[in-house]
Design a protein around this ligand. Structure first.
Ligand code: CIR
Length: 342
């Protein structure tokens, strides 16, 4: 396909708009992955949403290699990789330690990973039948969970909008409101074959067919970040015996959004920092020094309410999972120390 006009509106400052030249688009636009995904489909969210920060999604694992010319600069820039991209994996349990033994600051600790089944198209490109097949395979695998992680599956189709609204803040449901996902095709046929598996004690959850086939989440209302991580390790050990996840030796686990590749792990806490909130420069300095990402109370692109921040690791690719937890623990300790001293 020969492009005559600009691919993205002038206002767009997404990474894909920065790196995708008309000549590159011309070269790649005739290519299709084995599942039939094209570059035009991959960039449609970035074209529709001028405020996208990334603007590109993968329709399957092969997208990352077939459209490497554009995915690579997006990946190295977002993940701040200098030199060659390399994936590291270490999912060994860690010694548990409470980051907030006096329970003054941390409201909850959460660790999640994203995974996709190797044999199926990813959520921007999956058809109804395959999506249902993915849901079934995951539910079958979850039958093998050890007792403390066992729970119930709640299909999103069985919840009315009020029930969804009530469950979203605790992560026990996901709302289909994201216009970036909408434009990428991720919300097609919502709520079919989407749902959340929740353990009885609510400390373990699996989101099925949200942005990725699986979002595996462990959380609890404490500062016991390592304990939460260890629970996730147990769940992953079991799931990897039954499911084959999409991965690449250099890029790590492959997911719909290139921000979520590598370890595909986001670990974080909800933490109340009223004094640091009034000193945003100080907070940003500490966050930078410790590789932390500070987000609004409800996560990506949300406001801070009640001085509660969602603080998590910025690095997800080229770093061991255990290192992420250790670095994050040091960063949180530094923030708490500063808050106490202010
Ligand atoms: C963007 O380009 O701004 C959106 N596609 C979101 C990017 C952040 N990734 C994510 O939430 N998984």
């Amino acid at each position: 396909m020969h492009v005559t006009g600009p691919l993205f509106p002038e206002a767009s400052c997404s990474l894909v708009a920065r790196f995708l030249t008309p000549a590159m688009f011309d070269r790649l636009s005739g290519c299709k992955t084995a599942t039939g995904f094209t570059l035009a489909r991959a960039i449609q969210s970035g074209q529709k949403n001028h405020d996208s920060s990334i603007g590109i999604y993968a329709g399957d694992a092969e997208s990352y290699t077939l459209f490497r010319e554009i995915f690579d600069p997006v990946i190295t820039t977002y993940h701040q990789i200098t030199g060659s991209v390399r994936h590291f994996k270490n999912l060994e349990p860690l010694d548990p330690a409470d980051l907030d033994p006096d329970k003054e600051f941390i409201l909850s600790s959460r660790v999640r990973v994203a995974r996709n089944l190797f044999a199926h198209a990813f959520t921007p490109h999956i058809n109804r039948q395959d999506r249902q097949c993915v849901e079934r395979q995951i539910l079958d695998a979850l039958k093998n969970l050890p007792a403390p992680l066992k729970g119930r599956y709640h299909p999103m189709g069985e919840l009315d909008p009020g029930q969804i609204r009530d469950k979203v803040p605790a992560g026990r449901a996901f709302a289909p409101g994201d216009r970036f996902q909408e434009a990428a095709g991720i919300l097609t046929d919502f709520p079919l074959s989407r749902g959340v598996y929740t353990s009885k004690n609510k400390k373990f959850m699996v989101w099925i067919n949200e942005e990725d086939h699986l979002r595996i989440i462990c959380m609890e209302k404490s500062g016991h970040l390592c304990r939460v991580f260890n629970r996730l390790v147990t769940a992953l050990d079991m799931l990897e015996q039954y499911l084959v996840f999409a991965s690449d030796p250099d890029l790590g686990y492959l997911n719909a959004c290139p921000t979520n590749i590598g370890t595909a792990m986001r670990a974080g806490v909800h933490i109340r920092l009223p004094k640091l909130e009034k000193q945003p420069d100080e907070m940003a300095k500490l966050a930078r020094a410790h590789g932390l990402q500070i987000r609004g109370t409800a996560g990506e692109k949300t406001q801070v309410t009640g001085s509660v921040f969602d603080i998590s690791n910025r690095r997800r690719l080229g770093v061991y999972e255990t290192q992420i937890i250790q670095d994050l623990s040091l960063g949180i300790a530094a923030l708490i120390k500063k808050e106490k001293n202010l």
